[in-house]
Design a protein around this ligand. Structure first.
Ligand code: ZN
Ligand code: ZN
Length: 546
């Protein structure tokens, strides 16, 4: 956790330049020369000269750790010459995202950045779920400290739903950004503020600060575009603007007679004769050309989702009752849900033992009577055993409406054995969905490496759906694999895998965002169909009509 204070521009500059010098020194001298030890908390105390001196004694890993925790704008300063002219504007510039990099470089007259610059390639470091929680917390803290802004918007990797986002950033819309930021700075504990400027501030967080931009309403259309990025997209949009005699910056789209009137982000695209490019696709190579040619797909949307086929209750490791989950689903406007608790051999903290399946069936029947407008399917999330069989006997599965199969436990198997287990289980006529197929977790494990093309071909051939799991700990399939599955002709299903009722909608949103990153359309996703469509999908496999 970053606990230092970086509100003083001079200190920040010294820190940034010092880190740059230390890094430069590394390329010329062995690290043993500068190796030393300093506690992070000590870094920012004492006069700047002292700080600079102490920074020189950090080892490479420590410097890299400090550097990583700086807002990306501060990192751009690592590229700056020591006598750069940005001194006065330093604190504000520090709130920039990577999209601003070129502009600063332009204005400072440094010439083009080398494309190989490590600062030009920002890799995601914050898992999406954590980024979302941090942004929510900061919004609440700032609302309490400075008053509620007119609106909040997520920007950066969070808005694009990057599974690992390079930044955590939000946009506050307010009449007087400077006064609002001033109130926040005055009210917040100094140690929580990493950097403050006149148009925003960064709240200390691990592993990235949460950057808060404040803008007036008239700047929202361009600011949203600007801060959502990614940088290459913003850069391309600036070129498109220039080709039409316009100039795009974060506060406006300038024509010959001044700023154009814009009311929403879509207006920026309209002025460039483009359809709105969905945020989830903005990082794709060639997306602007596709947009210009009119070949962007009609992406699936949250309102296309009719139901959720994967969730847990108190019968296994969920927190809420069947009724609790069904009421949450009803509030989201779903027409159906499947209750799918963990089977007996799952390594979950609690599992559904076979003697309780009947009891659960009775409870579901009771809730059906209470909530008649949501169809409740009784399902299960079955573990795939090391031999490819399920841990629940067929006579139990037959009585259920839908069966999910999960390879939670790789059992140390290599790619061939893992694939064989999947193929074996997909031959089973009662298995309808393969959940979180790669068993990955962003920021923790990349998941299984196996011949996914064969898995998807077999899913298509056997009438088995492949899941996009929106739980933050899964986000699996990832977008490239989901796109491959769809192109092979496998049916996708987007589920929340939710264990807590109030997260049902959010986790589905993450799943839908992943599907949009994979350029999926509603027709490629099973749970955009009504419940009869789902029942027909299940029945087709059971009766061998696939
Ligand atoms: Zn699972
Ligand atoms: Zn699950």
């Amino acid at each position: 956790m970053w606990t230092g204070r970086l509100t003083d521009a001079r200190q920040l500059e010294v820190l940034a330049l010092a880190i740059r010098r230390v890094l430069e020194q590394r390329s010329r001298a062995p690290w043993s020369d500068v190796r030393g030890a300093l506690q992070e908390q000590d870094l920012l105390s004492g006069p700047a000269a002292d700080l600079l001196d102490r920074l020189r004694h950090l080892d490479h890993d420590e410097v890299a750790a400090v550097r990583r925790r700086l807002p990306s704008g501060a990192r751009t300063l690592l590229l700056a010459p020591a006598d750069d002219p940005l001194r006065d504007r330093l604190a504000d510039e520090d709130l920039m995202l990577d999209a601003d990099l070129d502009r600063v470089v332009d204005q400072a007259g440094w010439g083009p950045l080398p494309v190989t610059s490590p600062d030009a390639i920002v890799e995601g470091v914050v898992p999406l779920g954590r980024a979302w929680m941090q942004a929510s917390q900061v919004k609440a803290e700032l609302t309490a400290a400075a008053g509620a802004p007119e609106a909040w918007h997520l920007v950066g990797g969070l808005r694009r739903s990057d599974p690992m986002t390079p930044d955590v950033a939000v946009l506050a819309v307010t009449d007087d950004p400077q006064a609002w930021i001033g109130r926040a700075v005055a009210a917040l504990h100094a140690d929580t503020i990493a950097v403050a400027g006149s148009c925003g501030l960064a709240i200390a967080a691990d592993p990235e600060p949460v950057v808060v931009h404040a803008v007036r309403q008239d700047a929202v259309p361009t600011s949203l575009l600007w801060y959502t990025g990614p940088r290459a997209h913003v850069q391309e949009m600036r070129l498109q603007s220039a080709a039409r005699g316009l100039a795009l910056n974060r506060y406006s789209l300038l024509g010959a007679d001044g700023p154009l009137a814009l009311t929403e982000e879509a207006d920026v695209y309209r002025h460039l004769d483009l359809p709105v490019i969905p945020v989830e696709l903005r990082g794709r190579r060639g997306v602007i050309e596709s947009a210009r040619e009119g070949t962007l797909p009609e992406l699936i949307e949250m309102h296309d989702i009719q139901g959720d086929l994967h969730m847990h209750t108190v019968y296994s490791d969920g927190r809420d009752s069947v009724a609790g989950m069904v009421h949450a689903a009803r509030a989201l406007g779903y027409r159906y849900v499947a209750i799918t608790d963990h089977s007996p051999s799952a390594k979950a903290s609690r599992v559904l033992t076979l003697d309780r399946v009947e009891q659960q069936a009775e409870e579901i029947a009771a809730v059906r009577a209470l909530v008649p407008d949501v169809t409740i399917l009784h399902g299960i999330e079955c573990d795939i055993l090391p031999d490819g069989h399920l841990d629940v006997p067929d006579d139990v599965l037959e009585r259920l409406d839908v069966v999910l199969a999960s390879l939670h436990d790789g059992a140390g198997h290599g790619p061939e054995r893992l694939l064989e287990r999947y193929l074996t289980v997909m031959r089973h006529p009662l298995v309808n969905v393969i959940t979180h197929p790669a068993n990955r977790s962003p920021g923790r494990t990349p998941g299984y490496v196996l011949a996914f093309a064969r898995l998807f071909e077999y899913a298509a051939r056997t009438g088995t759906a492949i899941e996009i799991d929106g739980a933050p700990g899964h986000l699996d399939l990832d977008a490239p694999l989901a796109e491959q599955a769809a192109s092979i002709g496998a049916m996708l299903v987007i589920n929340s895998d939710c264990h807590v009722a109030e997260r049902l909608g959010r986790q589905m949103q993450f799943g839908v965002a992943l599907a949009r990153r994979a350029a999926l359309t509603a027709g490629q996703v099973l749970n955009t169909r009504d419940v009869d469509g789902v029942r027909r999908f299940v029945a087709a496999k059971r009766t061998g009509r696939v």
